[in-house]
Write a protein that binds this ligand. Structure first.
Ligand SMILES: [Zn+2]
Ligand SMILES: [Zn+2]
Ligand SMILES: [Zn+2]
Length: 482
């Protein structure tokens, strides 16, 4: 059995142009522009023939010093996590208020508890609440965890008054959050911390992926999203990449047409759609390496003799998802983007650089603050906050979690004796990756982080790193090699 992708046959030469590695000069230019756009100083990206890209410091860094902040290229919050945390769909900052975060979470928990009554898994009754993104998977998990047992429900009406801000919790003003700005396309799925985030997301990808009532693509998009939620939400990230490339293409094309009109070079028309597409594709050309079904690690419960059929299944799953996405947002001018080959490379880029997106919850800070108060303020505050803590249960605060692609962080190579680490400080309240020096780093040194727990024994480290497709030859490994 082989999976046929007609676009792959029709656009073979365009696809191979898109997948051919950028020249060293293009790489240098791209990262130079990226670093200067971010006002990032003290760092350069170098490409090495053997090890690929690496990040180097061109000044000394002290232990604990911030090396860089890296805004994501694309990112998503995990579907399940949307129930627990309301964050900006563009910068992933928590939004609304402490009261809204708590009230909304309790409300969602209640919905899910009702939905999974008696653990009737096959039942996916639809709720019409606009923030609800529940599906069968979620109710299944709720049943398994059974975590609601330790929770003490609040009296009637309290959850509602938290959500509509009638109930104001003591000292919550100290933890104020940006207001909730709904998506201008009114999909009820995306919310933002500001108009500028709403506009930036709309322009970068959401205008193609918004499921608002007025969208002609709504039905097809909902099918694609449902499939991704039921199988692998990495497809949602891939859709964002394709949409953002399409939108960049359209923008670049309209600029180029304007230029042609200005200079009346009509003979130039139509000749370089591919070069515009290549330009729009540039950021991804820096990141992709291998197809998803070729690079995905074989799960522990799959026998190595089933390797080939496992990879074929993954490829078939990708084709299924791609066809749903194509129905929703296909654009003939950018046809090569909708080939299975390109889709596989985009997802493979996330598979090899799947960097966790984590933003700490302000709800945790809030309860810690209350806990640190002294008599009589503490006792006074706890009269109100304790029942709320009891209702939330043991996991009273959950971080925002997702997956994102960070263009600079993804250039960082691994070492089992790293000189840097990804670490969020108290002031880092959005989805950017933050890299901190773990020890002092001298000018000219390469910045390294550990992809795995570096305290594991040698063999275990190597086994985990094999999933990334390499055998580690760092100084620590060379020393410990038996
Ligand atoms: Zn934002
Ligand atoms: Zn929307
Ligand atoms: Zn090592």
């Amino acid at each position: 059995m082989d999976l046929i992708c007609p676009i792959g046959l029709r656009c073979a030469s365009e696809i191979s142009s898109l997948l051919s590695p950028p020249s060293p000069l293009q790489v240098q230019d791209y990262y130079h522009n990226l670093l200067s756009a971010r006002a990032c100083t003290g760092i350069t990206v170098k490409q090495d023939a053997n090890f690929g890209k690496g990040l180097y410091v061109d000044r000394d860094f002290k232990e604990g010093e911030l090396i860089l902040k890296d805004p994501m290229f694309v990112g998503i919050q995990h579907s399940l996590n949307k129930i627990d945390c309301l964050v900006c769909s563009f910068c992933f900052r928590f939004i609304g208020s402490i009261e809204l975060q708590i009230g909304r979470r309790l409300y969602m928990q209640q919905l899910r508890a009702n939905e999974s009554d008696g653990c009737d898994v096959g039942n996916s009754s639809k709720h019409s609440h606009e923030m609800d993104s529940s599906d069968e998977e979620e109710s299944t998990q709720e049943c398994i965890s059974g975590s609601s047992k330790t929770k003490v429900p609040l009296p009637d009406g309290v959850v509602e008054s938290l959500m509509n801000s009638q109930l104001v919790l003591p000292y919550s003003k100290k933890f104020s959050l940006p207001p909730v700005v709904p998506c201008p396309g009114r999909c009820g799925e995306a919310y933002y911390c500001s108009m500028s985030c709403a506009e930036a997301d709309w322009e970068s990808s959401h205008s193609l992926l918004c499921t608002g009532e007025s969208s002609a693509r709504r039905e097809a998009l909902l099918k694609f999203i449902k499939h991704a939620n039921e199988t692998n939400d990495i497809f949602l990230l891939a859709a964002k990449v394709i949409s953002s490339t399409l939108l960049r293409y359209r923008k670049l094309k309209s600029v180029s047409i304007e230029e042609q009109v200005k200079h009346d070079t009509s003979s130039f028309l139509n000749h370089n759609n591919l070069s515009i597409l290549l330009e729009a594709w540039r950021p991804i050309s820096m990141g992709h390496k291998r197809r998803w079904w070729d690079c995905i690690a074989l799960p522990d419960d799959v026998d190595s003799s089933d390797d080939a059929s496992f990879r074929l299944q993954i490829k078939a799953l990708a084709l299924e998802s791609l066809q749903l996405l194509k129905t929703a947002i296909f654009d003939k001018e950018c046809e090569p983007l909708f080939s299975l080959e390109i889709y596989g490379h985009i997802i493979g880029m996330f598979e090899l650089n799947n960097l966790d997106l984590v933003v700490a919850s302000p709800v945790e800070d809030y309860f810690l603050y209350i806990d640190d108060l002294t008599y009589p303020n503490k006792e006074e505050a706890e009269k109100i906050t304790q029942p709320i803590l009891d209702a939330l249960g043991e996991e009273y605060s959950i971080h925002c979690e997702g997956t994102a692609f960070f263009p600079l962080q993804s250039c960082l190579n691994h070492s089992c004796y790293p000189n840097a680490k990804a670490f969020k400080r108290d002031e880092d309240k959005d989805g950017q990756a933050t890299i901190i020096a773990q020890r002092s780093i001298c000018k000219g040194e390469e910045i390294t982080i550990s992809y795995v727990d570096e305290d594991l024994p040698f063999e275990e480290r190597q086994a985990s790193l094999a999933d990334y497709g390499f055998r580690c030859r760092c100084p620590k490994c060379i020393e410990e090699e038996p």
